[in-house]
Design a protein around this ligand. Structure first.
Ligand code: PNW
Length: 460
């Protein structure tokens, strides 16, 4: 057991544009699918939108000062595509480029490495009007957007993440409909799964064409899937399909050009319709690293509910069992999202990735964190449970690294309480509390603990 994280370990914190920026109608920004979706009644809790969010657009200097105090060496943020290209076409909005130039320059001046995510879910609405991620044309649009970002920011950005959580983009956006654009069509989700994989590879090549020394990766959300009914063959098959759908699809694609065979068989025509001759080569993109977002493990067991056949019910082992119940031994301490707390899963996951995809040079935990119902008392937020979650996950990660898992960085989700997608502002993930009336920022107890861990370079 190592007593410290590696000396060059990257400590960071993460956010995403639509979740924090606000300023939705400022400086020529175009509409994204999340503007449309959040303004559709019934889609987001309390009818919340990202119109104001944390007002980070106007307060990024303060947020950088907070990060400086935290002691992080890197900050992962995303670029809002519709700020740069309001209609998702070739027409640029220079004020959008200016904003990210100011943000990047301020980070560099503060000694914090800016790590960019190109796509964290705010697709220009104009592209969705043409079918969005279910229309193959999006691949070229994304490639062009990536080229423009590399040209504009590549002198100061060395690490790029193309797409955040293509599983959520495809399945929550196009099959289960809880995220923008809110479509509920399995065929569209299969198409989006393929197009996000193609778009990642195309954008990787596009960035490297402009910046040959750039470090480029994809961020996937992964869960270890536990089968609690190992003697039920139907559940064994279902668990395998879930693992392929969530954990293997994109990594297999960029490492081998092939999708997992059990899913290829399962999707059949839905997939063969959208895969064109030559795509196998186009999917391959030797990765510099893999970004992993980890929140909790998933569980499957028999029986499946009658009304939810394995496939049409969607691949949703996360974070509960397929039948909606939670594993009894883990329910003592669910987070406010209802997600189980399984810190050992983080260490197990990075070891599995290292074993199953040895060609991935290294891993960065690009998100990990928890939501709890915080209360602010006398100006303080004593978020004991979030603090315990953070420490337990970092201990698990630290042990896995000493067992040989090649993990080079960790980004706490999230710097700020923010717009938690379909949950609106009701769910807080921040290590810094945000008052949504005054926009006042208050570091929580978890922030102070994270600061100590970073300074000591150990969680054990
Ligand atoms: C991630 N699921 O979202 C996102 O990258 C963040 O923007 C988000 O705030 C964070 O995790 C917390 O939710 C996910 O249902 C949302 O499987 C939903 C799921 C997974 C990840």
């Amino acid at each position: 057991m190592s007593s410290h994280f590696p000396e060059d370990f990257t400590w960071g914190t993460a956010t995403a544009s639509y979740q924090i920026e606000g300023a939705f109608d400022v400086d020529g920004r175009g509409a994204s699918i999340w503007d449309t979706f959040s303004k559709t009644p019934g889609k987001v809790v309390n009818g919340d939108t990202g119109d104001q969010a944390c007002d980070h657009y106007n307060r990024f200097d303060e947020d950088i000062a907070i990060m400086k105090d935290l002691g992080v060496s890197a900050y992962r943020f995303s670029i809002a595509w519709p700020r740069l290209f309001p209609n998702g076409d070739a027409v640029r909005e220079e004020r959008g480029f200016d904003f990210y130039n100011r943000l990047i320059n301020a980070l560099v001046a503060a000694g914090i490495e800016p790590m960019v995510t190109l796509y964290h879910w705010d697709l220009p609405q104009a592209l969705e009007d043409k079918g969005g991620w279910a229309n193959r044309e999006v691949v070229k649009a994304f490639e062009d957007y990536a080229t423009a970002c590399a040209q504009a920011f590549g002198d100061r950005i060395s690490t790029w993440i193309t797409i955040n959580e293509p599983w959520c983009v495809s399945w929550l956006g196009y099959s289960n409909g809880v995220h923008a654009p809110g479509k509920k069509d399995f065929n569209l989700a299969v198409a989006a799964s393929h197009h996000t994989a193609l778009a990642h590879a195309a954008a990787t090549r596009a960035i490297k064409k402009v910046c040959p020394d750039a470090t480029v990766g994809l961020t996937v959300n992964m869960n270890n899937i536990h089968n609690e009914s190992p003697h039920d063959q139907e559940v064994v098959d279902f668990a395998g399909l879930n693992d392929s759908n969530l954990n293997r699809w994109w990594i297999d694609a960029f490492t081998t050009g092939k999708y997992p065979q059990n899913l290829v068989d399962c999707y059949g025509e839905m997939l063969s319709r959208v895969v064109l001759p030559g795509d196998e080569q186009l999917l391959i993109a030797a990765p510099d690293f893999l970004g992993i977002n980890y929140y909790c493990d998933g569980f499957v067991r028999s029986p499946r509910p009658e009304d939810k056949p394995a496939i049409e019910g969607g691949f949703m082992p996360f974070p509960q069992r397929v039948d909606g119940s939670s594993p009894a031994h883990l329910t003592n301490d669910l987070t406010a999202m209802g997600w189980v707390v399984t810190p050992e899963g983080l260490g197990n996951l990075v070891k599995r990735v290292h074993k199953d995809w040895p060609s991935v040079p290294y891993i960065v935990i690009t998100e990990n964190g928890s939501s709890y119902d915080d209360v602010k008392v006398n100006g303080e937020v004593i978020d004991t449970k979030r603090t315990a979650y953070l420490v337990a996950h970092l201990q698990s990660l630290q042990n896995a690294i000493s067992d040989g898992a090649p993990v080079k960085g960790y980004f706490a989700w999230s710097l700020l309480d923010n717009f938690e997608w379909a949950e609106g502002y009701a769910k807080r993930f921040g290590i810094v509390h945000v008052d949504y009336q005054t926009f006042e920022r208050t570091p929580k107890m978890s922030f102070k603990k994270y600061k100590e861990i970073i300074a000591a370079n150990t969680a054990i």
